[in-house]
Design a protein around this ligand. Structure first.
Ligand SMILES: [Zn+2]
Length: 392
């Protein structure tokens, strides 16, 4: 056998194993015969690959199924606790750390307050490491079953270089996670917060339902993650989807990024809260207090209406640029879906000669505050399910 053939054989074997893992991940358990039928690969190939996957701990045999004549078929089962992954989500206010199994079930969940001044990122990483070691310890997780740690970060990220390039809201630039790798016994992964959320939304529907989507994460700023044809689209310089900084008001408010009139200054959660606080001259109330007030108070209602106008303008621009099947809104605002959904859709689709609601679906994330951290925990799992990385 020549060298190229040997590589091809190996690639086919790895690909078949990933297909079997994906199939059983979705279906929990199946007979070897059904796996063979579904994936259109021969029974002997299924048997040899399943044997290897059992040896690696991902599957086990769980009895026998009904026979359609002849020997009863063996049932193979996916084992979600065969591997684990950590997700770490860093925001302006806090660091949240979760441990999940392969089913993305959260086994441990811990939040730390962000220090007032983040002058030493290294000490924050050491604090995260301490928490992770503690979680491993109290849950008795074998180190060799941990796939890695995925970080969700609020800024532009080069995931190949493990580099947080620019996070204006944290006032951080060029933080290399490669420098922190030696602190941990398993690999680190990094991704932008909105990209991680988009990845989680698309993966959780990874049978192909959502293969074209834009996730709009409305927090202190606005981040957007783009999924095109099942892949995360990051662009040539890894900065695609910085829609929070597209100009929505010419010569408008001054932004941290250096530009004026950026979308996030008008349509982020922070923008909405600031507007409420200014107009009501009340700096203590939180977003949920004001949103509750919007149900009955005319001034509060007016502020929300104006805000939704800015949010809708940005969404209209994004739809025109990318033509996504789904636009999914995440962040605290998604908890107020019933209050804002109808008005927002009206503002996006009324007087819109290009799109209607059947052609582009706007919805709110069911993953709620977990979207980005589950996306982060998914990063180390990617290689289990896919042959190629899902980033373009
Ligand atoms: Zn900006």
């Amino acid at each position: 056998m020549n060298k190229l053939n040997a590589i091809d054989q190996e690639t086919i074997k790895v690909l078949n194993q990933k297909k079997i893992i994906q199939l059983l991940y979705r279906n929990k358990q199946m007979t070897k015969q059904d796996i063979s039928k579904e994936l259109k690969i021969s029974i002997p190939t299924v048997i040899s690959n399943v044997k290897e996957l059992i040896e690696q701990g991902f599957l086990d045999e769980a009895g026998v199924g009904e026979s359609s004549g002849g020997r009863k078929p063996t049932i193979v089962r996916f084992l979600p606790d065969s591997r684990y992954s950590f997700g770490v989500c860093i925001t302006k206010d806090q660091v949240r750390i979760i441990l999940t199994n392969l089913n993305l079930e959260i086994i441990a969940d811990k939040s730390l307050d962000m220090p007032e001044e983040l002058d030493n990122f290294n000490s924050l990483v050491l604090q995260i490491k301490k928490e992770i070691d503690h979680i491993i310890d109290i849950n008795s997780i074998p180190i060799d079953k941990i796939l890695g740690i995925g970080f969700s970060l609020p800024g532009t990220v080069d995931e190949k270089k493990l580099l947080l390039e620019n996070a204006p809201n944290l006032k951080l630039k060029n933080i290399s996670f490669e420098n922190f790798q030696h602190n941990f016994q398993f690999p680190l992964f990094t991704e932008n917060e909105a990209n991680a959320s988009a990845y989680a939304e698309s993966f959780i529907n990874f049978n192909g339902i959502i293969s074209s989507l834009v996730f709009i994460s409305i927090t202190e700023g606005i981040g957007t993650g783009i999924i095109i044809g099942d892949n995360l689209y990051k662009g040539y310089n890894k900065r695609a989807g910085e829609f929070g900084h597209m100009t929505i008001v010419k010569d408008g408010k001054q932004c941290n990024c250096g530009k004026r009139g950026c979308w996030e200054l008008y349509a982020s959660k922070k923008a909405l809260v600031n507007e409420y606080r200014k107009k009501f001259d009340d700096c203590d109330k939180k977003l949920n207090d004001f949103l509750e007030l919007s149900k009955s108070n005319l001034l509060a209602k007016d502020i929300l209406d104006n805000y939704l106008g800015y949010l809708a303008e940005g969404i209209k621009n994004i739809i025109l640029m990318l033509d996504p099947r789904d636009v999914i809104i995440g962040g605290e605002l998604s908890n107020y879906k019933t209050l804002i959904e109808a008005d927002l859709k009206k503002k996006v689709f009324q007087e819109n000669s290009f799109y209607n609601q059947e052609e582009c679906k706007i919805s709110f994330s069911d993953l709620e505050e977990n979207a980005s951290i589950l996306g982060a925990a998914l990063l180390p799992m990617e290689k289990l399910f896919y042959l190629n990385e899902k980033i373009i």
